[in-house]
Write a protein that binds this ligand. Structure first.
Ligand code: PAZ
Length: 356
């Protein structure tokens, strides 16, 4: 049975700012997407891991993050007993210059990650939210970015700014949940921007989470670039106009570190990855392929065009289970993450029981 949570009935779904257009310019044309039928790039071995991390510098702030994460883990391990989920969210940038003027990016706004984080929190998890900086955040997502301008929620009364009565009740629900997450120290937000920052932070956080054994859960919803420009070939300054009239960028494959995560960084944790495709005829094959290659526990498949209304769970026993929102549910503002997260938690509980 589908429940509509109070957050999902929020103005994000029911209210559209009057000053904003009701169409989107950010949706790519699916028929121009790249051909994903080419064979998969090999999984990363220990030597690939060594090579990557020996030839790319760690972000200088990494020790600070490690300290924050250790404190967060200690708190929940000793004080609350909560399971901890690492939610990754948003796209990555691939800088083309060290002093970055230009970069390659992708479409992900972090909706899946930020929304999922809220449902994990509501279901009693502590959440480490590893997100692309300036992408959507849990709770504030209802009022940030341009589709819902926060100023439209406000009104002026007696020379003071107030929340418009129309929205106050719903905003109070979100505010309370946000404050609850803060006061219980259940949400730790960690930013990244580039692929390199993402990889370093993922590795560090994973190794720390291994301390929680099976009570650690990975929910890898970020859209991480498959290609990057290695630091040995990245120019220091802005690329100048080329005499040839062309700019040829020679990118390399980002090593597929998921297998290292499963085998070495956090082998006792349950790991859920996402598989995004644009061609529905290859989605299931790709999801099954990912499970075989990386040997983790669950893949959630989704298509770019329909990702907000349907997803498919693909498990190691070869089963597939589609979860779809009905038109009525979509109209009522039900978020598909409100159905995904309880299923994932059920699988995680089984995983914990198996490992006791
Ligand atoms: O951020 P968003 O809500 O716009 O999109 C979510 C998503 C499609 C990036 C996510 O559900 C996903 O599939 N992530 C993994 C992408 C991949 O590497 O295949």
């Amino acid at each position: 049975m589908v429940r509509i949570s109070s957050v999902s009935k929020h103005p994000t779904s029911s209210y559209k700012s009057s000053s904003m257009p009701n169409y989107h310019t950010s949706q790519p044309k699916p028929d121009t997407a790249i051909d994903r039928t080419v064979p998969d790039f090999p999984i990363a071995q220990v030597s690939d891991e060594d090579r990557y991390f020996n030839t790319h510098e760690a972000p200088e702030y990494l020790p600070q993050i490690e300290q924050q994460v250790q404190q967060f883990i200690d708190h929940h391990h000793t004080q609350t007993g909560k399971s901890v989920v690492l939610v990754t969210s948003g796209g990555t940038t691939v800088p083309l210059e060290n002093n970055t003027v230009r970069f390659i990016d992708n479409f992900s706004a972090g909706t899946r990650g930020a929304t999922s984080a809220e449902y994990f929190l509501e279901n009693g998890y502590a959440v480490i939210f590893l997100h692309r900086e300036f992408s959507l955040l849990p709770y504030s997502r209802h009022y940030s970015h341009t589709t819902n301008c926060f100023l439209d929620y406000m009104t002026e009364r007696n020379n003071k700014v107030e929340i418009d009565d129309k929205f106050a009740d719903e905003m109070l629900v979100v505010l309370r949940k946000y404050k609850q997450a803060q006061s219980t120290q259940s949400l730790l937000s960690i930013p990244f921007t580039t692929v390199n920052q993402y990889l370093y932070t993922l590795k560090s956080v994973s190794k720390l989470l291994q301390q929680l054994d099976s009570k650690a859960l990975f929910y890898l919803a970020a859209a991480v670039s498959d290609f990057f420009l290695p630091s040995s070939r990245i120019p220091q300054h802005k690329i100048q106009s080329q005499a040839s009239g062309k700019l040829v960028v020679d990118l390399e494959q980002v090593p597929k570190f998921l297998r290292r995560l499963v085998d070495s960084w956090a082998p006792s944790a349950m790991i859920v990855s996402f598989k995004l495709e644009t061609d529905d005829s290859i989605l299931i094959k790709k999801a099954k392929g990912a499970l075989e290659r990386y040997q983790h526990q669950l893949v959630i498949g989704n298509l770019l065009q329909t990702r907000k209304k349907e997803i498919v769970f693909v498990t190691v026993d070869g089963n597939q289970k589609w979860v779809r929102l009905t038109d009525q549910e979509l109209q009522d503002g039900v978020e598909i993450e409100s159905l995904i997260i309880p299923e994932v938690i059920k699988e995680h509980s089984k995983w914990i029981t198996q490992h006791k």
